[in-house]
Design a protein around this ligand. Structure first.
Ligand SMILES: NC(=O)c1ccc[n+]([C@@H]2O[C@H](COP(=O)([O-])OP(=O)(O)OC[C@H]3O[C@@H](n4cnc5c(N)ncnc54)[C@H](O)[C@@H]3O)[C@@H](O)[C@H]2O)c1
Ligand SMILES: O=C(O)C(=O)C[C@@H](O)[C@H](O)[C@H](O)COP(=O)(O)O
Ligand SMILES: [Zn+2]
Length: 352
């Protein structure tokens, strides 16, 4: 397959995203691993992926955290820093994330903090991390049940996206990641949304399961990366435009905080969080797409509990929460909604 290189132009923090089937096998050529390397992965990622990076490194330690959102916490973050220190890593060494958004967000934050910042590479292996979390430099951990409340903007030095790694991912995780790509298409890219409407999801899943790359999935990944690149280049630190990438996340993060112990996934909660925030006509087109992907469209979480988490949202300003609304596919508006207005949107949509 052809290689696509997408450059994020961010001055001194610019970097390339390499999208190519099989590029994991070229990690030794594409990354500077000729130094001490902390490879961070989790218990659900096939071991061979991190082993490939280990084998290509001058000296590596592989740290494997338990899989799942519950690991994105202060204890594991601290453990990563301790491992770096015990390994004798210095400012010239690097961290490589091999896994999904949990591994990427937390190890990126550890790289940002260790010795005030060492090089960080991301090799995302879930759809969600390939379309969204591996680029743009948001790194974070959760604290006291609140998502991403401790973190930093810290850009990776390079990102390697190998769509072949998705062949081991479950159908549910694939759909989960696609929710973030649907989000970007809804806000910015009507043509990409039409491609979702005509996607033969079952056929692409069958291709992936047979170990072949899925052209439709690669196109979705590429579309999402271009959209996110354009947004982040204009507003790296989320002072304005970048807030649109939080479409679906205000209620979504609240739903996620309440349901993380029930095993609900981030993208699933974003899918739910988008529904009350669009017009009837957009929702009419969104619902069949979510249904085709097998994403949830109904939510029975207690509104008070959801709102308790929502009010900790980072987009809160003077008692109002900056929220993104989509009235037509490809355009969005931002409105400052009170917690009560958000609660009403949630209850109006999910209890009717
Ligand atoms: N930084 C950002 O901009 C950003 C954007 C979106 C989401 N996020 C964060 O990302 C996290 C969610 O990421 P995620 O959906 O990747 O979840 P995840 O990292 O928990 O990965 C999902 C599951 O897939 C398994 N897995 C990973 N790669 C695999 C593979 N190739 N084959 C088989 N199994 C594999 C993992 O072990 C895990 O169990 C959330 O914490 C969310 O807040 C961050
Ligand atoms: O990159 C961004 O900006 C995003 O908002 C992407 C989101 O999909 C992602 O979930 C992000 O971590 C949410 O940001 P947060 O600041 O609300 O934690
Ligand atoms: Zn998200």
């Amino acid at each position: 397959m052809n290689r696509e290189t997408i450059t994020l132009s961010l001055g001194a923090d610019s970097y390339d995203i390499v999208l190519e089937s099989g590029c994991l096998q070229q990690a030794g050529d594409l990354l500077n691993l000729n130094r001490k390397v902390l490879v961070v992965t989790d218990s659900g990622v096939p071991e061979s992926y991190a082993d490939t990076v280990d084998a290509a490194s001058l000296a590596a330690e592989v740290v494997r955290i338990p899989q799942g959102e519950a690991s994105k916490n202060f204890d594991h973050f601290r453990m990563l820093l301790s491992r770096m220190l015990a390994f004798g890593m210095g400012r010239g060494d690097c961290v490589v994330a091999v896994g999904g958004g949990v591994v990427g967000d937390m190890s990126g934050f550890a790289a940002a903090c260790y010795m005030r910042g060492i090089d960080f590479y991301n090799i995302p292996t879930t759809v969600l991390s390939q379309v969204d979390s591996s680029i743009g430099g948001k790194t974070a951990i959760d604290l006291d049940g609140i998502k991403n409340v401790v973190g930093a903007f810290y850009q990776p030095c390079r990102v390697l996206i190998d769509p072949i790694t998705l062949s081991t991912l479950s159908r549910r995780q694939i759909a989960n990641g696609l929710a973030e790509a649907v989000k970007m298409a809804l806000c910015f890219d009507p043509e990409a949304f039409v491609r979702f409407e005509s996607l033969d999801f079952e056929a692409e899943l069958a291709l992936l399961a047979s170990g072949q790359p899925s052209p439709a999935l690669i196109r979705i990944i590429s579309d999402a990366l271009h959209t996110k690149r354009d947004v982040v280049e204009k507003d790296e630190k989320e002072q304005g435009l970048r807030r649109v990438l939080n479409f679906g996340h205000t209620l979504g993060h609240g739903i996620e905080s309440v349901n993380v112990r029930n095993g609900m996934l981030h993208g699933e909660c974003v899918a739910l969080g988008m529904l009350p925030m669009c017009s009837d006509s957009v929702r009419k087109r969104l619902l069949p797409v979510l249904e085709k992907l097998g994403l949830p469209t109904a939510c029975s979480s207690d509104p008070d509990q959801v709102m308790q988490a929502v009010v900790h949202d980072k987009k809160q300003f003077a008692g109002k929460i900056r929220s993104i609304l989509v009235d037509t596919v490809g355009t969005f508006t931002e409105q400052e909604l009170s917690p009560e207005e958000l609660r009403q949107r949630y209850t109006k949509y999910f209890s009717s």
